[in-house]
Write a protein that binds this ligand. Structure first.
Ligand SMILES: [Zn+2]
Length: 332
């Protein structure tokens, strides 16, 4: 195997993600993306197993062993280098997945303008700019014909069901939902659906939570606005705040946190919902503390009573109003 392929393999399965899937628990240490926990390779009571998430390396001060993911699998499964690589290759989702998701997203995108209820829903949420709708790749699942479309392209029933696009009866699981494709490094990794009717509002394919939405377009920014939902993001992009990214929720996966914290001179404005249960605000406080701990300034945005960024713009706020609330956001 070429060195290049080995590097690619390690990038596809970050060491920290792999360990966490194996139920390794750790705490973060210092300003760098470094974690410490009990060594999975030898019995111990005091944590001495360190993982550097950026370098993708581990080292245990207890048993003196260290290295990369391939080395870790060799040691933990007591297999050879070659067996470890083969094992890890089997852990990578086949590329067919990405192609299938591309096909599904393209199908949904085509349907959007054929279904007035979908376009109406986007307008209701304040999304009117056709160029932005196109850029975000937003589509619509009218229900009914996705399966026929994809089987005609050669995808079997089992494949569609296992990835979560259809249910056991062959029905489109995104039925009557506006669909956003979620990309990482240009690759489609998941789909997010928002119901236009009464059905359960949010839906994602059952895949591990990865990076932040549209991260590639904001990672060079020294100021980033972090929002909960994709409609918050769309509203802000539409108003000219292109430095906005979304966590798709209030609980960040380790990979998402590392993306935000990867530049110490960055400022991350946290603009979560001000819901009645305060869950968004509590999560914002906790995240701000973690980011500040990692050396990243993280002011928390307070929008007028009960608003999230999407509803704030819908209520008539302008880009200037929003800029003023950024200015007023206090740090911890
Ligand atoms: Zn050890």
């Amino acid at each position: 195997m070429l060195t290049e392929d080995l590097e690619h393999l390690k990038q596809r399965i970050p060491l920290l993600d792999y360990l966490q899937r194996c139920h390794w628990t750790a705490r973060r240490v210092g300003p760098h993306p470094e974690f410490v926990g009990l060594c999975p390779l030898h019995p111990e009571t005091r944590p001495s197993f360190y993982v550097n998430a950026r370098k993708n390396l581990f080292f245990c001060h207890g048993c003196g062993r260290g290295g990369d993911l391939i080395r870790f699998v060799e040691l933990s499964q007591k297999v050879s280098f070659r067996q470890s690589v083969a094992y890890l290759q089997r852990q990578i989702p086949p590329p067919a997945d990405a192609d299938l998701l591309d096909q599904a997203a393209a199908f949904y995108q085509l349907q959007l303008h054929r279904h007035p209820e979908a376009v109406q829903y986007l307008q209701q949420r304040g999304l009117r700019d056709p160029a932005l709708i196109e850029e975000l790749g937003i589509g619509y699942a009218p229900g009914g014909n996705l399966r026929a479309h994809l089987t005609a392209k050669g995808y079997g029933f089992d494949v569609l069901r296992d990835i979560g696009l259809i249910d056991a009866q062959g029905r489109d699981r995104f039925c009557r939902r506006v669909v956003f494709p979620l990309r990482q490094q240009g690759r489609l990794v998941n789909l997010y659906g928002r119901s236009v009717g009464d059905a359960f509002p949010h839906r994602l394919l059952p895949r591990a939570k990865g990076g932040l939405f549209a991260w590639e377009s904001v990672r060079q920014c020294s100021t980033v606005i972090l929002v909960e939902g994709l409609f918050d993001l769309a509203a802000l992009w539409q108003a000219g705040f292109r430095n906005t990214t979304s966590a798709l929720g209030i609980h960040l996966a380790p990979a998402q946190f590392d993306e935000l914290g990867d530049a110490p001179d960055r400022r991350v404005y946290i603009a979560f919902d001000q819901d009645e249960h305060q869950a968004g605000q509590r999560a914002a406080q906790a995240l701000a503390q973690r980011l500040e701990g990692a050396g990243v300034a993280a002011p928390i945005l307070h929008l007028p009573a009960g608003h999230d960024p999407n509803s704030y713009f819908l209520s008539g706020a302008t880009a200037r109003d929003f800029a003023a609330s950024l200015q007023a956001a206090p740090r911890l």
